[in-house]
Design a protein around this ligand. Structure first.
Ligand code: ATP
Length: 361
């Protein structure tokens, strides 16, 4: 087991106009499950490939434990990778696929057999050891790819979207299995996904990337409760946070010339008069009771999820149309076309600088 450290790591592809990964500083703890998440093209895979030694680094240093591996060949880094397409050898059996890495290392046959059996037990693959990849379901292939990584007993697991070829139900089931397996084995893991739900449910900590830059590193709860900027605020959480332009003036928050809300006093003290962006999560907006004042909005759509529902609507405030999403009771809620009033929980507003998008506290 080991820590993983990126120090000022930068990668620019030949001919590109910006860095695919830009001056990345990141320390991953021993035994940690670290998820790298961000939209397509943000640099997740490039980061993982630099750690694996599959992509060169233009500047900076990568350490595994205390060892500088920046110039070490991939096979000597003591890592095991699980790819999106599993990369199984079609002509080899499950058992041979799982033992492949050990065979190339000249591990004694008996030991290979023992380690493969142990991993197969862990992953429920024992009955399938003699099949070939073509005779397996997608979920089973995924487990073989995991098994092949496990038998290597590496210092670090690297996983690049390992669930993306599975259907939705299997994906949910498998993500729980991978997370609990990793905790059992205690092997430091770096896991790449573009799916924020996967990141939130699996990671001890999450690193959010955008355009090659690390935006925030924190636990799922930290990212959800205190996103450092508007990008993280909108990326983490489902449905996405509603965010609007607003102005703070004379101790009040104005969404438009027509509406003013008092902000909590402790928040106001640090903000002062300025243009801001203000966001609120769906669960922090509630429907107003009979006669209670609130923001009037027209319901456009209700997404029903059983116990909960999400109400999407827009409010005409002065000269602006603002989009809202509010969580409502799944069994008793307004319907499209209704006009309702909603009340934001002012203590749970997220306020960002209008120019930089950085969080203001
Ligand atoms: P995705 O989720 O779509 O896989 P990602 O976050 O993993 O995206 P990367 O594959 O790391 O992103 O790519 C980062 C940036 O580098 C992107 O702008 C991409 O277009 C560029 N890039 C990636 N590979 C190459 C390459 N071989 N040559 C040139 N540019 C590349």
């Amino acid at each position: 087991m080991a820590t993983v450290t990126f120090q000022g790591v930068t990668r620019r592809f030949p001919g590109a106009t910006r860095n695919a990964v830009d001056n990345l500083d990141l320390e991953i703890n021993d035994g940690e499950f670290l998820v790298l998440v961000g939209p397509s093209g943000c640099g997740k895979t490039t980061t993982l490939r630099m750690l694996a030694g599959l992509d060169p680094i233009d500047s900076g240093t990568v350490l595994i434990g205390d060892r500088d591996v920046t110039d070490v060949a991939p096979k000597d880094r003591d890592i095991a990778m699980v790819f999106q397409n599993y990369a199984l050898y079609p002509h080899l059996s499950v058992e041979q696929n799982m033992g492949f890495g050990l065979r190339t290392r000249k591990t004694p046959k008996a030991e290979i057999h023992e380690r493969v059996l142990e991993a197969a037990k862990l992953l429920d693959l024992e009955p399938l050891l003699h099949r070939h990849p073509a005779e397996l379901s997608g979920g089973q292939r995924q487990r073989v790819a995991m098994g092949r990584a496990i038998v290597r007993e590496p210092q670090v697991f690297l996983m690049d979207e390992p669930l993306s070829n599975l259907d939705a139900k299997l994906r949910v089931q498998t993500r729980t299995q991978i997370a609990s397996l990793q905790r059992r084995l205690g092997t430091t893991t770096v896991y790449v996904t573009h799916d924020q739900t996967e990141a939130m449910t699996m990671g001890d900590r999450i690193a959010v990337l955008d355009q090659g830059r690390l935006q925030q590193l924190g636990t799922p709860q930290e990212l959800y409760d205190r996103p450092v900027n508007e990008f993280v605020a909108r990326f983490i959480g489902s449905p996405a946070m509603s965010v609007w332009d607003a102005r703070i003036t004379e101790g009040a928050l104005c969404l438009s010339d027509a509406d003013t809300f008092r902000l909590p006093a402790e928040l106001l003290a640090s903000i002062g008069e300025r243009e801001v962006r203000v966001g609120i999560r769906a669960e922090d907006l509630r429907l107003a009771g009979e006669g209670e004042p609130g923001i009037e909005l027209k319901v456009a759509l209700v997404e029903e999820l059983g116990s909960d529902g999400y109400l999407y609507g827009d409010a005409r405030l002065g000269d602006k149309d603002l989009d809202f999403v509010a969580r409502v009771d799944g069994r008793n809620h307004p319907v499209p076309g209704d006009v309702v009033r909603v009340i934001p929980d002012l203590a749970r507003l997220h306020v960002f600088d209008a120019a930089t998008g950085e969080r203001i506290d």
